[in-house]
Design a protein around this ligand. Structure first.
Ligand SMILES: [Zn+2]
Length: 257
């Protein structure tokens, strides 16, 4: 299990590097990407250190959450393939909800906004998270795993799948429009997630889904920005008057300001 655990920890770096490589070889103006590589990979390593740092503390949280014992449903009468699908959907819903919290609880947004401060969203953006967001998110999501008594093997499988999918939806890789549309009825596609990174908050506060697009459609948060030459996508966060205060450095160093 330890090997799987370490693979899960490193999977965001592995998959975002893979998609970044595909973006890099497909882009003539690849020099822009070189500047980003070092800093974003550092964020990926920082997230691993943050996760390892709190892994010892997790025992305390797990004891705390297990006292809630919210739901440990019996799947005895269900075929195993259906149980796997239900649990994967539960895990995905948990991610949708924590992501939505990150936007709507002002204290949590102060950490999550670093992820949205990137003005050139690509596969490496997957790695851009405030270390404290990584810790808060882990505490919330592990609480969900424990309270709903979810099996570790499916948690690991889902998180590896999530790392792969997350690198894909942040990437600039071009997908045929018809494929984006039809596959997008089931899965979050790059066009849907990149719209969530819009500087326009009416689109930024929408499309919270991780792997499956249905949560946004069912819970009323699906909103797709139509992009054209006349109406291009602009990424980033614009909450302050000066560009310096809206910068990655500012959100990293002064999250509470
Ligand atoms: Zn977000």
């Amino acid at each position: 299990m330890d090997t799987f655990f370490f693979f899960t920890l490193f999977s965001p770096i592995l998959f975002s590097s893979l998609f970044f490589f595909l973006e890099f070889i497909g882009n003539k103006n690849s020099s822009i990407f070189k500047k980003r590589t070092f800093i974003f990979l550092s964020f990926g390593l920082l997230a691993i250190l943050a996760s390892l740092g709190i892994s010892n503390l997790m025992g305390i949280f797990i004891n705390f959450y297990s006292s809630f014992n919210i739901a440990s449903p019996s799947y005895e009468n269900f075929p195993s393939w259906l149980v796997i699908i239900i649990i994967i959907l539960e895990l995905d819903l948990a991610n949708y909800l924590t992501h939505r919290f990150m936007h709507f609880v002002p204290f949590l947004w102060r950490f999550h906004r670093l992820h949205h401060s990137d003005r050139k969203v690509n596969a490496l953006t997957t790695l851009l998270h405030h270390p404290l967001e990584v810790i808060i998110n882990s505490v919330l999501i592990v609480g969900f795993y424990v309270a709903f008594d979810l099996p570790i093997i499916l948690i690991i499988f889902y998180n590896i799948l999530l790392a792969l999918h997350s690198a894909f939806v942040h990437s600039t890789i071009r997908i045929p429009k018809s494929m984006e549309k039809w596959v997008g009825y089931i899965f979050v596609m790059p066009v849907m997630h990149r719209s969530h990174h819009s500087i326009d908050v009416s689109y930024g506060n929408a499309n919270y889904g991780s792997i499956f697009s249905m949560w946004d459609r069912l819970l009323g948060t699906y909103k797709q920005k139509e992009v054209s030459k006349a109406n291009p996508m602009v990424f980033g966060v614009d909450i302050s008057k000066t560009p310096k205060e809206n910068s990655m450095q500012s959100f990293l160093i002064n999250p509470l300001v």
